[in-house]
Design a protein around this ligand. Structure first.
Ligand code: SF4
Ligand code: SF4
Length: 494
């Protein structure tokens, strides 16, 4: 064999060069993949929501040493409060700007010897540190003046940061309860004119992106229709009859799932509060973000801080359809979909409802009705009843609540069997994703019937009454609890 210059190539050369080429190609591939994955946020460690620690992947065992890697070289003493810069700066600020509005006890014109005891001791033993504080303080004054110049450039970054910061400064719950009518409370904290968006579409794309960074799994935009707004009670006002406030133009509807394995282990290794607490944070942060841009905002959050019924709002926002169990079913999360919303006057482009076959599937399925320990879910073949002018499935709320108070738990109460057993509530592995996709495009219903038969054959269900404590039931769970929620795995029990 000869190359283009005529030089002879033997077998060893061929292996050598092809090996080098292969290595180069591999390295190139790795580098390329690394470059591409580095540009994809989904591959950034820490951004996934892995309840099982999958992101902490580094094998530490191989690097374990039996000594600390910090070095002890002398007598050890504990750190003092003033060695933390934010603590000593806080002390100085309180002297300069007393909270009770009295005259300053220290000013920048004064020196170390004018400070009270421990502060004076600290700065005397750290020469230069007080000078640095004075420099930083003056720079901060200048920074405030410069902010006018930079404000627009960093507007979104500032609003995003403020939203994340807000939960840290609350004295009570976050988001805080509205105080006063929406015309006041929804505008509280706004310090700027509303920034003009390029278009409602820009507004929707921006707010969806931001909601995802706050932790929302699904986001949709709905108009606020008055028929979904509760009547008779308005948060911030109390018992009252009222019309929909005109500035409730749109609702940003956000959804997240419960932790999947604890949900499947209902009742009652699950809780509603894992999703609720996160939804409060997401909606509360969206409120701060919107207000920072000059728009009115009011979060509607679980468990009970809503002025609007969530399922129809989420349907209008295109997130999913309502199932036989009365709960929203989304293509991505099934019935494991928990909701919150933020009403706003920001100009936004609205989403459209989706119809991916839930009504027809529910007509045939009825698993939730069979499994419900209270009999609150209808198993009727006939179409659902008309409620407040709309034909829809509704559960017997009173019977359901009795079961919350019957199953073997004290707090958080609840059942959630209907969410767990719903065939749509399957983790999003490729089989289930394929099944959902194919079903959504099959107008004949043949595929869903086949899937339903498989579902009922492959999955075993304890049956309604079994979820109850003895003597009527056996404290059954739908699926085994995850190991991390089994008390006996961690504690000595009698
Ligand atoms: S939460 Fe439990 S009792 Fe209530 S409707 Fe669902 S399955 Fe039935
Ligand atoms: S369990 Fe079946 S009937 Fe019940 S909501 Fe889910 S799909 Fe519909």
């Amino acid at each position: 064999m000869a190359d283009r210059s005529g030089k002879k190539f033997n077998r060893r050369d061929f292996i050598k060069y092809s090996g080098l080429a292969g290595a180069a190609l591999s390295l190139g591939g790795i580098a390329g993949a690394g470059y591409l994955s580095g540009r994809n946020k989904a591959t950034h460690t820490g951004w996934g929501r892995d309840a099982y620690g999958g992101n902490q992947y580094f094998n530490r065992a191989a690097f374990r040493v039996h000594r600390p890697t910090y070095q002890k070289v002398g007598p050890v003493r504990r750190i003092t409060y003033l060695e933390n810069i934010f603590n000593r700066n806080g002390e100085l600020y309180r002297l300069m700007f007393p909270r009770d509005g009295s005259s300053p006890q220290w000013t920048l014109k004064q020196g170390v010897s004018d400070l009270p005891g421990p502060l004076r001791d600290y700065y005397q033993s750290h020469p230069g540190s007080l000078q640095e504080f004075k420099k930083a303080f003056r720079r901060g004054q200048q920074q405030k003046k410069n902010w006018k110049k930079y404000k627009t450039r960093y507007l979104l970054a500032s609003a995003w940061s403020a939203a994340h910061e807000s939960p840290l400064h609350g004295k009570g719950a976050f988001p805080s309860e509205p105080e006063g009518p929406p015309e006041e409370s929804d505008f509280k904290g706004i310090t700027t004119e509303a920034y003009s968006l390029k278009s409602p579409g820009h507004g929707s794309r921006l707010i969806k992106k931001i909601a995802h960074t706050f932790g929302a799994t699904l986001v949709g935009i709905a108009p606020v229709r008055e028929q979904w707004v509760y009547q008779g009670y308005l948060r911030g006002v109390g018992k009252t009859q009222f019309n929909k406030p005109p500035h409730w133009k749109h609702a940003v509807v956000v959804a997240i799932p419960h932790e999947w394995d604890s949900l499947y282990a209902n009742p009652v290794y699950g809780t509603s509060y894992d999703a609720y607490s996160m939804l409060n944070f997401i909606a509360g942060k969206l409120e701060v973000f919107l207000k920072h841009l000059g728009y009115a905002a009011r979060p509607h959050v679980p468990p009970t801080d809503y002025d609007i019924a969530m399922p129809p709002l989420a349907i209008d926002a295109g997130l999913g359809e309502q199932g036989r169990h009365g709960i929203l079913i989304t293509p991505e999360l099934g019935a494991n979909t928990r909701l919150a919303a933020v009403t706003t006057n920001m100009p936004l482009e609205e989403d459209h409802p989706i119809d991916f076959g839930v009504a027809e599937f529910c007509r045939k399925c009825k698993i939730c009705a069979d499994q419900c320990p209270s009999g609150a879910i209808s198993s009727a073949e006939k179409p659902p009843d008309v409620i407040r002018g709309y034909r829809r499935w509704a559960i017997n709320q009173d019977k359901c609540f009795t079961i919350w108070n019957t199953v073997a738990t004290q707090h958080p109460r609840g059942c959630r069997v209907c969410l767990a057993v719903c065939p749509y509530s399957r983790k999003n592995n490729w089989v289930h994703r394929l099944a959902k996709d194919v079903d959504a495009y099959d107008p004949t219903g043949t595929f869903s019937s086949a899937m339903l038969t498989m579902q009922k054959s492959f999955f075993s269900y304890p049956g309604g009454a079994q979820y109850l404590p003895p003597p009527n039931g056996t404290n059954a769970v739908y699926q085994k609890p995850p190991q991390w929620l089994k008390t006996e795995e961690w504690f000595n029990l009698d």
